[in-house]
Design a protein around this ligand. Structure first.
Ligand code: PLP
Length: 377
């Protein structure tokens, strides 16, 4: 049995999600656009999932668009809003630590002629809402900030920044990548003052390949692809019904347990940090103010991949930085001013409600063993 400590990369699908997917594939396989009874059954099942997700985000069902995941949600949000609003206001504000799905999309928009301001953290490695607010000008069309950053787990001041930006510049569209926060913190679109919010199912014990975009009523987007009228013609193509059913079931199961799961993650985080504090060659790259679900650490003198594979040989799965960067140097750790040496040896440990103290004991013992064996090689 693997000790799975890579929950920020993806999570194990819940039994409820699996059951909902199987039920959908076996029994409700009509096309939701079909006009007969089986089409209607599929439509009703999709409506249920949409309603569950909308309730979790504190919005109306009509504001939820299903996509293939948060990468697509953010592409639709950013490219879609830039195309709809950016002609006369070609400036965009974002943070320097966004996930590749936003970071690379900003690069692409820059190549199209948009001016992008990437806000850096302060000298303490924390973000100040004021830095985002001050970056907005009369020609800004869009501000995009993630809520929980996925490599070190820092929480960005989205609520405070968006509130003031919306007050001063009501025409600016606000987008939030809430992937690592959804179902871990209460994420309510009105509290966030967000016009667009990206979420993903596979980070919350749902299936891979499905996500959603919250689109506030009245906010215009241009679609990335053209086709039928599904998802208000903003995301045409027959909906991924089994995945949508699994997504709805995962949210349904998780939304009543945000607080106890959070408390468990705090216990696990504190337990692990206490044990790691006894190891003088380990430094912590996460902030004490960040999410309790993610700890990023560096082990002096041992490259991330070397330790990752050593831990894997002991049946322990962790990540080197972020899974999406696949070994590329992390732009996130660099933005925090973390040295190249520390970045090269960074590992990300991420918890779920299933994580136990025994698993963390096994992790720290394996790290210590790895230090003895690997450092003198
Ligand atoms: N945003 C963040 C913060 C993430 O951690 C991830 C996944 O790693 C994504 C976006 C991309 O999500 P998806 O895999 O659903 O495209």
């Amino acid at each position: 049995m693997a000790i799975y400590l890579d929950n920020a990369a993806t999570t194990k699908p819940s039994e409820a999600a699996i059951a909902a997917m199987v039920h959908c594939m076996r029994e409700v396989y009509g096309n939701p656009s079909s006009l007969h009874r089986m089409g209607l059954d599929a439509q009703l099942l999709m409506d249920d999932a949409r309603k569950t997700i909308a309730t979790a985000l504190g919005c109306e069902s009509g504001c939820i668009l299903f996509t293939s995941g948060a990468t697509e949600s953010s592409n639709l949000a950013l490219r879609g809003a830039a195309a709809a609003y950016g002609k006369r206001r070609p400036h965009i504000v974002t943070s320097a630590v966004e996930h590749a799905s936003v970071h690379s999309t900003m690069d692409a928009l820059e190549a199209q002629g948009f001016r992008i301001t990437r806000v850096l953290p302060d000298a303490n490695g924390e973000f100040d809402a004021r830095a985002f607010i001050d970056a907005v000008t009369e020609d800004t069309c869009l501000v995009s900030m993630m809520l929980t950053e996925n490599e070190t787990g820092r929480i960005l001041p989205v609520q405070r920044a968006f509130r003031t930006i919306k007050k001063r510049f009501p025409d600016v569209i606000t987008h939030c990548d809430a992937v690592q926060a959804f179902m871990k913190l209460p994420v309510k679109v009105n509290d966030l003052n967000a016009d667009l919010v990206s979420i993903s199912a596979h980070k919350i014990h749902g299936p891979k390949g499905v996500g959603a975009l919250y689109q506030r009523k009245g906010v215009r987007l241009l679609p990335l692809v053209t086709g039928g009228k599904q998802e208000k013609a903003l995301r045409p193509g027959t909906e991924a019904m089994p995945l949508i059913a699994g997504f709805g079931a995962a949210v349904q199961e998780m939304q009543s347990t945000i607080a106890p799961r959070y408390a468990h993650a705090v216990r696990m985080r504190d337990y692990l940090l206490e044990k790691l504090a006894q190891n003088p060659e380990i430094s912590i790259n996460s902030s004490p103010e960040g999410t309790p679900y993610i700890i990023n650490l560096s082990i002096q003198g041992i490259r991330s991949e070397i330790m990752l594979h050593f831990l894997e040989s002991k049946g322990i799965c962790v990540s080197s930085g972020s899974a999406c960067s696949k070994g590329a140097k992390s732009h996130v750790l660099s933005a925090y001013g973390i040295s190249d040496d520390r970045t090269d040896s960074a590992l990300r440990i991420s918890f779920s409600e299933q994580t136990t103290e025994e698993e963390l004991d096994a992790l720290t013992a394996a790290i210590a063993q790895g230090q003895c064996q690997l450092i003198h090689k």
